[in-house]
Design a binder for this molecule. Structure first.
Ligand code: NAI
Length: 333
């Protein structure tokens, strides 16, 4: 068999290491540490298989350029595919595959880490102690035991978060219009969104970004929440109207915010901007608040997840080359 060439974009050194480790000897990943968009797409000219990640721009324009260059498969190294114009891909005869679940445990554990770090003010305590300050003023936390936690999206990750927080003694509420039965069978209270918003002390987002879920947390939703609520988003940035959340933080309606994703993360995340003046005033303001914890889309980032992402990506590609059924194909609905 001749060598199978794959152009992999947004491929950091760690991605390259894991992909190379998972690849068979007839598979060659040409890794570019830059995002895929209409400008970089010609770099894949003549290559049938393109491997992309979560913030790559797979709009119609990019797909048309890739199509002209001979691309027939987009192998996403992530679960979410809201960055791909699936209809355009279908029209151009480009198949799209994803990695449906790499480590739901990684993301679930991370969401809970954000909750605990915020409630017990660990970032402040860490900085304080390093400065020789052992005072407890301003570090007062709260028990999770007895609190109500609302999970929006009761899929793989949402269920794991719910199971783990139940063990903390929390009352779990789930809102998921498409996966009610499974959540009820697992023993969770499945409620309407308004009930979840009104009763939860902590709200964690675990649904995909779709037209229905874009800005599911907006001014109106925040209005329905408890005073002093904690919001956690490890799912997709545009599930929240960040400006509305910032306004609610200023008014103390939202008392804690944990974000691993951000609406405008595409131009910021996964890169070092520490010597630049960041132009995005919303994220800059958020970062200054003592009750906000922002991380750069790292919830998935565990060894186990990277092994799984690489192995599934390789298997998706080999199935395509062998003309087999694409078990992880995503199509326009
Ligand atoms: P999943 O597909 O197993 O679960 C998603 C659930 O959301 C499903 O049960 C679905 O019925 C539900 N849902 C769909 N529309 C909804 C709506 N309008 N309201 C409420 N629920 C709705 O997906 P999984 O694996 O649990 O992942 C969830 C999300 O986590 C992904 O869509 C992705 O955006 C995000 N993610 C973030 C990562 C990170 O590193 N920060 C890594 C992996 C995933």
């Amino acid at each position: 068999m001749s060598m199978i060439q794959v152009s992999a974009f947004s491929a950091k050194p760690y991605d390259q290491a894991f992909l190379t480790q998972a690849a068979s000897s007839d598979l060659c990943f040409c890794c570019y540490n830059l995002p895929l968009d209409a400008v970089s797409a010609p770099m894949a000219n003549g290559v049938e298989i393109v491997c992309a990640f979560v913030n790559d721009d797979l709009s119609r324009t990019t797909l048309e350029i890739l199509h002209k260059g001979g691309t027939r498969l987009i192998a996403l190294r992530c679960a979410g595919y809201n960055q791909v114009d699936l209809l355009a891909a279908q029209e151009l005869g480009i198949s799209v595959v994803n990695v449906p679940a790499y480590s739901p445990y990684a993301v679930a554990e991370y969401a809970i880490s954000l909750m605990l770090a915020l409630s017990r003010k660990l970032p402040r305590a860490y900085n304080r102690v390093r400065d020789g300050n052992f005072s407890l003023d301003g570090l007062l936390g709260f028990d999770f035991y007895g609190k109500t936690v609302g999970i929006i999206g009761g899929g793989k990750i949402g269920q794991l978060v719910a199971e783990r927080l139940k063990a903390f003694g929390c009352t779990m509420l789930i809102y998921d219009p498409y996966n009610k039965d499974v959540c009820i069978e697992m023993g969770f209270d499945v409620v309407e969104l308004d009930v979840l918003l009104a009763q939860s002390d902590i709200i964690s987002l675990h649904c995909p970004l779709t037209n229905d879920t874009r800005y599911i947390i907006d001014d109106a939703a925040i209005e329905k929440m408890k005073q002093g609520v904690m919001l956690i988003n490890t799912s997709r940035g545009a599930l929240m109207d960040t400006k509305a959340v910032l306004a609610a933080l200023k008014k103390h309606k939202v008392a804690y915010l944990g974000l691993d994703v951000y609406e405008q993360e595409g131009s910021l995340f996964f890169e070092d901007h520490s010597t630049e003046i960041i132009q995005d005033d919303v994220i800059q303001r958020l970062i200054t608040l003592p009750n906000v914890l922002v991380t750069g889309h790292q919830a998935y980032f565990t060894k186990e997840a990277l092994v799984h992402i690489s192995e599934t990506t390789v298997s998706n590609i080999l199935d395509f080359v062998a003309g087999k059924e694409l078990v992880n194909q995503v199509v326009a609905k």
